[in-house]
Design a binder for this molecule. Structure first.
Ligand code: HEC
Length: 234
């Protein structure tokens, strides 16, 4: 078999590309702005993200749902460890991965109201306790109406109790970390912190998009594409 492949490399390539026809291709995510990898303290940073995915489409033709595109903005102070530019970005933590595979981001943002309240408003209203984790887990599973306004949240029977609880715990953990925020959308603006005493620090921004898998088996074999940029203070 080995020798056969060596003597007919052309056939081997054809055979391999035939096998790969059934594979979902990875989305290509790029941070297209900011163009310069620096930032000023206490100032707005405008960003843009492009996404191209063989199965889902291309953001330049409006084929990508911007609410499924996330920008993680992470501040690392002078004592923290800045990742190297070519190091692959870490995969999503489990709670976030479950939220992305469900429909949460179509209705919720991290810091501003969308159809539903922001995650930061939710954790502010229900301080962390075992009872509140259980309450929110139940509401996500069974749906909710009449607490925040006129819009209602649908039920999420596809999520197990364990998955829903993982999501709720991640929401609390994320909200309690002042150095990490997430934004949804293909473009937007975030504001940097006021300068710390030593005027040192780095922002690591990571754009990501989780695709929908193959058209024939939607929702299966989903792949997340990412792009990371390291911004140094001016
Ligand atoms: C179709 C829109 C929609 C989707 C999808 C959605 N939500 Fe909601 N969500 C809402 C609305 C609207 C409310 C406010 C409901 C109310 O006033 O009782 C809400 C409320 C909540 C609350 C607070 C409940 C309370 O008791 O105050 C949590 C937590 C929450 N959503 C999490 C999630 C998570 C996690 C997902 C994904 C698994 C999700 N939501 C998907 C619209 C949505």
């Amino acid at each position: 078999m080995k020798y056969w492949l060596l003597s007919f490399p052309g056939i081997a390539v054809v055979a391999l590309s035939f096998i790969s026809i059934q594979q979902n291709s990875a989305p290509v995510v790029k941070i297209t702005a900011p163009k310069v990898a620096t930032f000023s303290w206490d100032a707005p940073v405008s960003y843009s993200i492009s996404v191209a995915d063989k199965e889902d489409g291309d953001s330049k033709f409006d084929e990508i749902n911007g609410l499924e595109v996330l920008l993680e903005v992470r501040f690392i102070d002078s004592k923290g460890q800045v990742p190297s530019a070519n190091q692959p970005a870490a995969p999503d933590e489990q709670g976030l991965a479950i939220m992305r595979s469900s429909n949460c981001f179509n209705c919720h943002n991290f810091n501003s109201k969308l159809i539903g309240p922001s995650y930061s408003d939710i954790v502010a209203k229900y301080p962390l306790s075992a009872a509140n984790v259980a309450l929110l887990t139940k509401r996500i599973k069974e749906g909710s109406a009449g607490i925040w306004g006129k819009a209602a949240m649908p039920t999420h029977p596809e999520l197990s109790d364990n998955e829903t609880e993982t999501v709720v715990k991640w929401m609390y953990k994320q909200a309690a970390n002042p150095n990490v925020t997430y934004y949804t959308g293909l473009d937007g603006v975030f504001r940097t912190k006021a300068a710390p005493a030593d005027k040192k620090g780095t922002y690591v921004i990571t754009a990501s998009y989780t695709d929908h898998g193959l058209k024939t088996t939607p929702g299966k074999q989903r792949i997340t594409g990412r792009d990371m940029m390291i911004l140094q203070s001016r």
